[in-house]
Design a protein around this ligand. Sequence first.
Ligand SMILES: Cc1cc2nc3c(=O)[nH]c(=O)nc-3n(C[C@H](O)[C@H](O)[C@H](O)COP(=O)(O)OP(=O)(O)OC[C@H]3O[C@@H](n4cnc5c(N)ncnc54)[C@H](O)[C@@H]3O)c2cc1C
Length: 283
Amino acid sequence: MKLPYAFAKRFVAGESLDQAVPKVAALNEAGIKVTLDLLGENVKDRTTADETLSHYIELLQGISEQGIDSTISIKLTMLGLDIDRDYCRDNLFKLLDVARKHDQFVRIDMEGTDYTEVTIGLFKEAFKVYGKHVGIVIQAYLHRTKKDVEELASLGADVRLCKGAYKEPERLALQKMSDIRAAYKEYAAVLLDNTIYPRIATHDDELIEWVKTYTTEKGIGKSRFEFQMLYGLRLETCKELAAQGYNVRIYVPYGTMWVPYFTRRLKERKENIWFVLTTMFQK
Ligand SMILES: Cc1cc2nc3c(=O)[nH]c(=O)nc-3n(C[C@H](O)[C@H](O)[C@H](O)COP(=O)(O)OP(=O)(O)OC[C@H]3O[C@@H](n4cnc5c(N)ncnc54)[C@H](O)[C@@H]3O)c2cc1C
């Protein structure tokens, strides 16, 4: 059964770029930067992966043409990672050629643990060639992250730190919120101390306050990092942070393939179900 888009509109900015652009412009107007995400994952055939590459390229061109302040986030499984690693790398490099031409930035989202190793490997290859035009995401809940974060920081990579959104087993990932928060703080410190501009992606007040205190105590300026949140969540907090002089970016997903993303948001927090119900019938 196809769910109507009305369910998702709290978290998804539109089913097309044209629908998302006015929302991005309004966020920019409020002093908030954006990263646009064309929704979808796990493409299984080359025709669809090639089409996705074209859509990502059009997105980069669209951002330039529309004059909005946005980078893009992508998923490697949208560029054919399930089909063949080298084919996916070629697609990623084609996209990064365009990003470099437009002086743009592409962040590779992190997916489930089946993809962690290969995603980090492809990022490292891309980073060697495209440097400041490509970034990666690290999930604090994974046991392996301690080693990854140190290695990525020593390379000077541009890292978004998040908790991790996929259901992972105990042997691979921390399960208790208190442990995940402790790990998040440890890795945020590594990134803040050692990288040029880490991205702190969370809606969690405890972590936001911790980062504010840590950076103040360490003399790390507000211009040296940014907070990131998801479209549809904590907009007032984003505006408050921006008013306090922090850099803030909102991750804005759009597109017709919103079901897996939307489902993750509902599972994450029971209050999100309430948001959906209250906004479903609004224009
Ligand atoms: C910009 C961005 C990019 C992301 N990219 C990825 C990615 O590439 N891969 C990946 O696996 N995951 C990604 N995630 C998702 C992330 O891993 C978490 O699943 C998600 O952010 C939930 O964790 P949290 O720390 O935000 O808050 P939660 O753990 O959901 O909540 C912790 C506490 O924060 C507070 N809180 C949370 N939400 C709200 C709210 N709406 N209003 C008020 N208080 C709230 C509450 O006190 C809550 O108890 C991304 C998240 C963000 C923000």
